[in-house]
Write a protein that binds this ligand. Structure first.
Ligand code: 5GP
Ligand code: MG
Ligand code: MG
Length: 180
């Protein structure tokens, strides 16, 4: 068990399990994107370690770029609108793969894929380390998935709790009495 600020977390996915699955995802991507010169868009901050592990094992020629997403409440709009920050590359006619840490409600990925498609990408697929199917509210298709997990809060391997815990080598789940 580890403590971050006021919360306790228990180990859930070990580093070796993560690496094994990420190697499999890299193989799938190598097979699917051979000769396509894909553009990988890594969503910071949470996906930085997933991306590092994935690209160490990916051999297909590709380009890699990094974005952050800012959200704001736009007047009259029903929900948060995500803006892409830092995308310098054109996605026009490119095969794009988004590299994300976790898909929860799916709102973030629904908006990002729609924006990239709107900018003329030939294809847009999602590679995410984690996904909580029970939390999904949007129609999001995940082509490359590391692990399906329960609807519980996780940290580690890039994911944070109030900006801490990103450096943990494995994924840890929030400890709730009676639910561990
Ligand atoms: P969505 O738009 O799918 O609801 O939210 C996705 C984002 O919420 C993720 O990229 C991540 O930043 C954050 N998030 C969702 N669930 C978790 C979680 O269990 N732990 C952490 N650290 N972040 C999460
Ligand atoms: Mg994220
Ligand atoms: Mg966060």
């Amino acid at each position: 068990m580890i403590t971050i600020k006021d919360k306790t977390f228990v180990p859930f996915l070990e580093p070796v399990e993560l690496e094994k699955r990420i190697v499999e995802l890299a193989r799938e991507l190598d097979k699917d994107y051979e000769g396509k010169n894909p553009l990988f868009i890594v969503v910071l901050k949470g996906a930085f370690l997933f991306a590092a592990e994935l690209f160490k094992h990916l051999s297909t020629p590709c380009e890699i770029t990094f974005v952050r997403l800012s959200s704001y409440e736009s007047m009259g709009s029903s929900g948060r609108v995500k803006q892409i920050i830092g995308l310098e590359e054109s996605v026009q006619d490119r095969h794009v793969v988004i590299v994300e840490d976790i898909v929860d409600t799916g709102l973030t990925m629904a908006q990002l894929t729609a924006q990239l498609s709107g900018q003329g990408a030939s294809s847009v697929e999602i590679a995410t380390l984690l996904h909580k199917p029970d939390a999904l509210r949007e129609d999001v298709r995940i082509r490359y998935l590391g692990f399906k997990i329960e609807n519980r809060f996780v940290v580690g391997f890039g994911l944070d709790y109030e900006e801490h815990g990103r450096n943990l080598a494995g994924i840890h789940v929030l400890y709730e009495k009676g639910a561990e």
